[in-house]
Write a protein of this length. Structure first.
Length: 194
């Protein structure tokens, strides 16, 4: 208390002006920092949302191209003819053109039975895949379908399937052609390069 009495008037005025000013400046700086941080977070979220939208659009375009590739092969190979030997040979001859499907190709008949596969997978031949969501959806819509992650790949490996309808000579549904992309860190596929 004696120190305050001994201080001159000039020092008291400076002290009483400086302390409140410093407190106000600290409060203003804190408010500005919080506001700046919120604006920065909002801008980052908006940017990330836009990047996600663009990436989703590119993936959708890529997946559509893969489905178109399968549809073109299905039409060119006339897979809807129903001859099992011909269908397996057609898949084998399409192996190089459809090499992008590193999980293989599977042809299902109209009731969901596996009738052909490339590479040949004897363990699934004749298996009933009618309960696969992509098979049911293709039958219901008659359009290409993209699956979630499934264990339909070679040796039960995880894959994403692209399924397209196989049409007969009068555009009747004869089955489903399924192209599969293997998933995992060891997969080398153009699917990951897009």
């Amino acid at each position: 208390m004696t120190n305050l009495k001994q201080m001159g008037l000039r020092r008291k005025i400076i002290l009483w002006a400086f302390v409140p000013t410093a407190i106000i400046l600290m409060a203003v700086a804190s408010v500005n920092y919080i506001a700046y941080r919120r604006v920065a977070e909002t801008l980052i979220l908006e940017r990330d949302e836009e990047v996600t939208r663009l990436a989703a659009g590119q993936i959708a375009t890529s997946l559509t191209e893969y489905a178109d590739l399968l549809v073109t092969e299905e039409r060119n190979a006339l897979l809807g003819q129903g001859d099992l030997i011909y269908q397996q040979a057609a898949l084998r001859s399409a192996r190089n053109r459809l090499a992008i499907f590193d999980g293989g190709l599977v042809l299902l008949d109209g009731v969901g039975a596996v009738v052909a596969a490339e590479p040949v997978r004897s363990e699934i031949m004749g298996a009933d895949w009618a309960q696969r969501p992509y098979f049911r959806q293709v039958l219901r819509t008659g359009r290409p379908v993209f699956s979630n992650t499934l264990s339909d790949g070679p040796q039960g490996s995880p894959v994403v399937a692209v399924a397209v309808p196989v049409l007969g000579s009068q555009d009747e549904m004869m089955g489903v052609l399924v192209g599969m992309f293997q998933l995992g860190a060891t997969s080398i596929s153009t699917f990951y390069g897009d």
